[in-house]
Design a protein around this ligand. Structure first.
Ligand SMILES: *Cc1c(COP(=O)(O)O)cnc(C)c1O
Length: 462
């Protein structure tokens, strides 16, 4: 241990980790190695060399941030695992300004005392959606949870069998309903539910008719669901709440051919939804947040609910959300990265793909790579199918362009892994046996980062 701890490569990490932590990390690496040896692993190198390699590699991992920016070259605009929506510059500036100073988070400058955290965004949400009242919480799962807890705890919620969806790998409608204290009553069939199914299921105990956006799947063939208008009329005639979990919250009309497959929050409220819940970081293009919008008496009840304290939004998120909503307010939603990427036109994407292709060719042209033969690596512009993501338009694709990388002597998975683990990670798509860099989801400056990472990979793969 002393030998390792005093070696130059270990001492180099003292600055950022401290000697004690370096020692802990080396111990951890050695323990891992011992464990492998005891488990009968075949060693590729002498133990002493392996120990150094393992320790150094673990020190490198632990000395840099693991939550860091990556280049999204997958063509999926709202990519949950990659952090969903990249924020607009104005939202970033707002976060920076509000977080590095004291702020009006819960302070009213007029009264000189307590103010409302929700007040910064409520009127903006109402303005953009036509809602009477609105409440922002941690995310849409929290919005659904709070809305159901406040309106249906101890009572029944009627929902169509075709809408009992699972989103991501943890949010399931039946479970969230149960957690909220409500009793779920599923009606109809997987592919068909009509208004009479809801009507006959209503009892004294019913509180809510719930509609859920199917988000990540679509049923083909014979499908029948009940319209918002019918559900709203039924709910109102029986004094029930009609609630809708919209998932991706669309605030404006999108300029894409299949735009009318998704309804905006405003459309849903106009059609009679009493309460609508949606995410801030999907189609809306803002930070992770959940919005509950709709009827004032119901929202007021949620504002008084004990759960709100546990689900409330922090100042950085609120700052980013307010700034994002203000971009909509001023009619400049085309400047929001998510909207800009979805609406990008083909000629613009083709230009971007050609420029990326040129850059990749240029940056690798003069490399001396003994392990690669000339012509081993080919880059070319190709057409792609991109996606909106985030549960919106699950079966529609956006025609786009990208750069295909084919390397005859390197497996495509090796290339993809190399790009993922480069100094600036690049997440690419794979099609057939080649790597595709979709340009739709690239942000300004990403082309240069890709070129650098690509060069790094070509220099290090063997
Ligand atoms: C995405 C989604 C959710 C979960 O939203 P989060 O913001 O990730 O909590 C819930 N319901 C639907 C229909 C969704 O699409």
């Amino acid at each position: 241990m002393d030998e390792l701890l005093n070696a130059a490569w270990a001492v180099a990490f003292y600055g950022c980790l401290g000697r004690e932590t370096v020692k802990k990390i080396i111990t951890e690496a050695l323990d891992g190695l011992k464990h492998d040896i005891c488990a009968g692993a075949r060693l590729s190198l002498p133990v002493a060399e392996l120990a150094v390699l393992r320790a150094e590699s673990l020190l490198r991992v632990r000395s840099s941030s693991t939550l860091k920016p990556v280049v999204n070259a997958t063509g999926v605009v709202v990519y949950t695992n990659l952090g969903r929506a990249p924020l607009a510059d104005e939202a970033l500036r707002a976060v920076y300004e509000v977080s590095g100073a004291y702020s009006t988070l819960e302070y009213s400058l007029d009264k000189g005392g307590r103010g409302g955290r929700n007040s910064h965004v409520e009127w903006l949400i109402c303005r953009m959606t036509g809602a009477e009242a609105a409440l922002a919480v941690n995310n849409n799962a929290a919005a659904v949870f709070l809305a159901l807890s406040a309106t249906a705890a101890g009572r029944e919620v009627i929902v169509s069998c075709g809408e009992l969806v699972e989103i991501g790998d943890s949010f399931r409608i039946p479970e969230i309903l149960t957690f909220s204290g409500a009793k779920m009553k599923a009606v109809g069939c997987t592919n068909s539910t009509n208004i009479d199914d809801y009507r006959t299921a209503i009892t004294e105990a019913t509180a809510v008719l719930l509609k859920v956006h199917p988000s990540n799947y679509r049923i083909d063939g014979f499908v029948k669901s009940t319209s918002r208008e019918e559900l709203a009329a039924l709910a109102s005639s029986r004094d029930l709440v009609f609630m809708e979990d919209l998932g991706s919250g669309l605030l404006c009309q999108l300029d894409v051919p299949f735009a009318n497959r998704e309804h905006s929050v405003r459309d849903c409220l106009k059609a009679g939804s009493g309460i609508v819940t949606f995410s801030g970081d999907k189609l809306l293009g803002g930070p992770q947040i959940g919005v509950i919008a709709g009827s004032k008496p119901l929202i007021d009840k949620m504002k008084r609910h004990q759960l709100l304290r546990a689900l409330r939004v922090d100042k950085m998120t609120l700052a980013a959300f307010e700034a994002t909503l203000r971009i909509y307010l001023s009619g400049r939603q085309g400047e929001i990265p998510v909207i800009k990427m979805i609406e990008a036109d083909k000629s613009e994407l083709l230009k971007k793909a050609r420029s990326l292709c040129r850059m990749l060719k240029g940056s690798t042209a003069n490399l001396k790579l003994p392990h690669l033969k000339p012509g081993d690596v080919a880059v070319s512009v190709v057409e792609t199918r991109d996606a909106v993501g985030g549960g919106a338009y699950p079966t529609d694709s956006l025609p786009g362009f990208g750069v295909e990388i084919r390397a005859s002597s390197v497996r495509v998975e090796t290339l993809a892994a190399g790009l993922r683990t480069a100094r600036v990670p690049v997440i690419a798509g794979i099609r057939d046996n080649s790597l595709i860099l979709h340009v739709r989801t690239l942000l300004p400056g990403d082309e240069k980062l890709i070129a650098a990472s690509f060069t790094e990979v070509l220099c290090t793969i063997t």
